[in-house]
Design a protein around this ligand. Sequence first.
Ligand code: 0A1
Ligand code: ZN
Length: 880
Amino acid sequence: MSSAVINRLDYQEPAFRVENINLVFNLDPVTTTVYNTMRIEPLTDSDHDLVLNGSELELASVFENGSPLSTERYTVTPEALIIRGIRQKTTITIYNKFHPQANTLLSGIYMSNGNFMSQCESEGFRRITYFPDHPDMLTRFHVEIRADKEQYPILLSNGNLIEQGDLDNGRHFAIWEDPSLKPCYLFALVAGKLVKREEVYKLANGKDCLLQVWVEPQNADKTEHTMECIKRAIHWDETRWGLEYDLDRFMLVATDDFNFGAMENKGLNIFNTRYVLATPKMATDLDYFNIESVVGHEYFHNWTGDRVTLRDWFQLTLKEGLTVFRDQEFSRDMLGKSAVIKRIMDVRALRSRQFPEDAGPMAHPIRPESYRQINNFYTMTVYEKGAEIYRMLQTMLGKEGFKKGLSLYIERNDGRAATCEDFINAMAEANGRDLKQFFLWYSQAGTPRVQVKTYWDPEASTYTIVASQSTPATPGQPVKHPFVIPIAVGLVDSEGHDIPLQLEGETAPLGTTRVLELKDEENEWTFVNVGSRPVPSLLRDFSAPVILDYAYTRDELAFLARNDADPFNRWDAMNRLMLGVLEDMTDVIEMGGKPEADHNLLSSFEQILTDETLTPAFRAITLQLPAENLIGEPRAVIDPDAIRKARTELKAAIGRRYSSLLFKLAESYETPGDYSPDSESAGRRSLKNLAYDYLITGGNPKALIALRGQFEKANNLTDKLAALTSVVNSASPAKTNMLVEAAKEWQGNPILINKWLTVQASAGTQPGEADTLTRVRQLMDCGAFSIKNPNNVYALILAFCNNEPEFHRKDGKGYEFWLQILRELCSVNEYVAARVARTLDHWKRYTPDRAQMMYRVLNEAKHIPGLPVGVQEILDKSLG
Ligand code: 0A1
Ligand code: ZN
């Protein structure tokens, strides 16, 4: 891997085209051989060398038009095979080898539970064979797979199955041809002992499409939900966007060994098992929900990613931000009347994970300008902030306008490798809008702050909103230009009703929510006929990814939490109220005092808890206390102990104060009968389990008994896991037995064991117990953990690193552990190592003693022998 910095502006058009590629694989776990024949055409008259990327490959021989190529014509480096003197169309054949079993990076072709799997995005194809491994190199693939028939009865690749049959020595073959033009990062190969669920589905155009979900035999009964999700995704893309599937079959394969969530390889999606397998006893309501969105996400890539692909990796958000936006809309539409829950979950994730990224040393625009390791840029910014940029366009242009723009973009770029400019130009043209200033969202990093002031003039009956924006400096970007920021506003009168909105100069009111476009450093708008002082409901549905500063009083927040017609802002008002109270409580704790819960908060809590007009799901999500890192965000110095203490105290105070109410509610929201993950039942479970969690945090012994009973009798994982988690986080010694019981029941199921690891890694240390770090170390040796398995590392190690007070313990042992793990991971899987490395990138925000210790281990990490460039990139930026 090159250690050089790659710059967006250095992009060069390819000098060659690969008309087609024919691959013959002889699969063997130790050494696999590849015959790679490419038809190559020079595209310019000038004297370019053909650079074929290759990494960790063994080159056996090279031929041109069937004859061995003289050694003077080519050079082999650790990163490429460079061939000189190609002046006309020619056929190059390469014979090379690689080693699947030794591939712990899980990029290229590797082994997973005895099966061959592939992962080529972003630069994995060069670990399979020599090829110009860039997303703008589109070609046609013809693939023959040969393997032992007994060990590997199923042989899959992209496109259509052309032929299959037997060979000598117990081997067999399959030939796959992909009719579509695609870049090599969308290539996939799977071989092994797999079983399928299959169905023929009629597409809107009347054609039959074969749908297949492939899993290991022990998982055959866990794919029904996934199949339903695929059908829903196909139907939604047809009806919402008019986008149809283009191949005769759509296949999805699940593997336990995968670096990310899933991958959109053309016609052959490969998924982490945790986004495929679901039964009531092994998947929570949230898992069912997430499976739907990930299945949707990968399927939607077929148009936004595969048919229209990327010119270079800097354009990543062109497929990722856009496809996240599409999957968010899909999930929302599937939720029907509970749609706002999805928006709340997405904004919560954005605020707690993307905003800190945008405020830290790794801050980058959704289209970065440079990178050393592209895998470090599959970030919350590129994905989730990217999605917000597409959403803002939809808000400003309207659903129809956005759809027109997307259609034009796809029509113009189908079969091409596109850029973000191509997208924005299509949007602008289809809608007759100038989007030049809007395009700054692609190039400027940092979360804008929008400050709003309001003035009500009782004599003129006018209400003026003044909004100003500023965006903090980020690495390499000291000065920012103003963005275009759509601010959706409503005005709520004292009765709690929306006022019809009429701007100065308009002849009649128009609706009750208006999208104001803040374009300059400061803009103002005046509404007329506002006879009494309203409470402004700002940034409805979170219309822009900004931090809103408005000096709401607690009374106003409580009022909005009760009355806002925009359900997102109802949630947000309550969330702001809770955050304000938690900030105050943390202050008091830091000064050695005893904090008290705020009366406004308590009465709003009670009001929402008992409001039967609200769905249980909405009540549950609104009454959840904000995450610890959100409480830490605005603080000058983060003290994780004080924050946890404040949050636990508030939870306990609520649990004690409303114990009988919470109890009654928990009992009445039982979901008897067979399990169903539908949003209504999921909402009931969520409210019930929230109630129990408050109760047990408040030390209620009856809640402990109820939760133990629930743990024993639950017919679904949501209830079982919720009970276990609440008890593990309490002082009750009952947790020991429950953890043993869970281990007995869940062993052999990696997904469940990972949840079991996470519950323990995320727990606090109770007096008299072994500390969490000690338990994490024990769990690493318990036989259920392998550092080679990314899911295990995320479930145990990352969960621990995100367990703020335990990881940031004052003796620095958490940081020593970090260094030890990072060292091990660097030689196993540098992508996973880089993710662990990032958990210290906010070191400067913590108390000085902690910051100093983090600084020390970050520096020590730089001396890890053979430090991968991707990890080095994270460390340099963190320290820089
Ligand atoms: N394109 C995938 C994400 C992905 C990226 C890299 C991977 O391996 C290194 C795997 C998956 C998606 O957005 O779903
Ligand atoms: Zn994606």
